[in-house]
Design a protein around this ligand. Structure first.
Ligand code: AMP
Ligand code: GLY
Length: 420
């Protein structure tokens, strides 16, 4: 089989790596990939907004299956476009991708199907929003209705903070803002819950907890994710049943009622309050860095799982898991998530010796004149599997210390809730 993987992050390097272990996979193209995927696949620079060019490349190179990593092409309808030409694609269609593309679409679905979520209000201009903000209890959560890589969310403790948020959103900080969402603040613990579905069968695809804040102790600015651990300490079969019955199944039914169905990975970002799950947000893809943390725990051939999903035969796929726990720490460029230097060489990387059960997945890297350079804010993902979280993290910290990249920084406290 010849596979195409769309994306360039740590998630896509991890997906490419585990696909490359499959006997059934002969060749992988990454669009555009990074310096990590380059060693196991062919990186292709193509404008991902130009679906026709991509389709022509897929035809000419006889690609059998396309796997879409990030949300943007899904929300833009890449699946619908390629499927019109009978190309097999793993990832939801445009309507279903609104689960991530529009927070308001999801909130309305929650309302209609009684899915537990924070109480909310939708406003279309700053005057009404600001009026309303004079009458509410704080903290309150304010969200832009755009794809904002997790950055369009404000937790406001005072009315003054709320006013700044409303102004920034309506001023277009996250793109043109037609709507703004005000949400009740849910006080609980977060959990990332993943499933894979072919439209009929639903299978668990692991749980994790990520650390979004840039500083140790979960402080500072929000980022794309500084690290994660899997499984989540909140997982139990009891909570899983509640999540499936109250959240996932009604959502998939809602999409069916709209005349469509969901195929691919679905990521539910949940707040667990008193052992009950509330939906915070959906993502129509694997999480990043959750994917890098979860895939090493999967025993079953990743290609077989994805292939059975696109062939709508997931019920016959048995997804087996390792017992070990997994931790991922993200090595970032100094300055991230604000300004950082680009094209800085990462010396020592190719000399680093990893033990079994340890991995490095590239994110913002590129080979420039045969040197591996950092081009992004999140640069490398260090992952280790172990029988306990503590030894997994210790192994990662040793590897990071051996790399000793001067331009990088990372959090040493990832997984602190499960490590004494
Ligand atoms: P989102 O992009 O919707 O996942 O929001 C980013 C982060 O903001 C989440 O991971 C939560 O930590 C926090 N958050 C979002 N909505 C709420 C809420 N209603 N109550 C408490 N925290 C929230
Ligand atoms: N780790 C958060 C996300 O992938 O959206």
């Amino acid at each position: 089989m010849i596979i195409g993987v769309i994306g360039s992050g740590g998630r896509e390097h991890a997906i490419t790596k585990f696909l490359s272990f499959s006997k059934k996979v002969n060749k992988i193209y990454c669009f555009p990939g990074n310096a990590g995927t380059e060693n196991i696949a062919t990186n292709i620079q193509i404008d991902l907004n130009n679906f026709e060019k991509l389709k022509n490349f897929i035809d000419e190179n006889k690609i059998d299956l396309v796997i879409v990593g990030p949300e943007q092409p899904l929300v833009d309808g890449i699946t619908d476009y390629l499927q019109k030409f009978n190309i097999k694609v793993f990832g939801p269609n445009k309507i279903a991708s609104q689960l991530e593309g529009s927070k308001i679409f999801t909130k309305k679905l929650c309302e209609k199907y009684n899915i537990p979520t924070a109480k909310f209000g939708i406003f279309t201009n700053s005057k009404d929003t600001l009026n309303y903000l004079g009458q509410v209890n704080y903290p309150i959560v304010i969200k832009a209705d755009n794809l904002a890589s997790g950055k369009g969310v404000y937790i406001c403790n005072t009315q003054d903070e709320a006013i700044v948020a409303v102004e920034e959103i309506f001023d277009g900080k996250f793109g043109e803002a037609k709507n703004i969402l005000l949400e009740e603040f849910l006080n609980g613990e977060e959990m990332s819950f993943f499933i894979i579905t072919d439209g009929t069968t639903i299978k668990n695809f692991g749980t994790a907890q990520d650390h979004k804040r840039v500083l140790e102790g979960d402080k500072g600015k929000n980022t794309g994710g500084m690290g994660a651990y899997s499984p989540s300490r909140l997982y139990s079969s009891e909570i899983e049943k509640k999540i499936l019955d109250r959240i996932i199944k009604p959502t998939l039914k809602g999409l069916k009622d709209l005349g469509t169905s969901y195929q691919g990975f679905l990521y539910a970002g949940l707040m667990i309050v008193n052992n009950n799950p509330y939906l915070i947000e959906y993502n129509v893809r694997m999480g990043d860095p959750e994917c890098q943390t979860i895939l090493p725990r999967v025993k079953t051939d990743l290609f077989e799982i994805i292939n059975s999903c696109v062939n709508e035969d997931l019920k016959n796929s048995n997804i087996e898991w390792k017992d070990e726990n997994s931790v991922c720490i993200v090595l970032c460029s100094k300055g991230y998530p604000e300004k950082f230097e680009k094209n800085v060489e990462i010396k020592n990387l190719e000399k680093l010796k990893l033990r079994n059960n340890s991995y490095i997945f590239h994110a913002g890297t590129k080979k420039i004149q045969s040197k591996i350079c950092a081009t992004g804010g999140r640069v490398l993902n260090f992952v280790s599997l172990s029988e306990n979280f503590s030894s997994a993290r210790k192994e990662i910290l040793e590897n990071l210390n051996n790399l000793n990249w001067e331009n990088g920084f990372y959090r040493k406290d990832i997984a602190h809730k499960v490590i004494k």
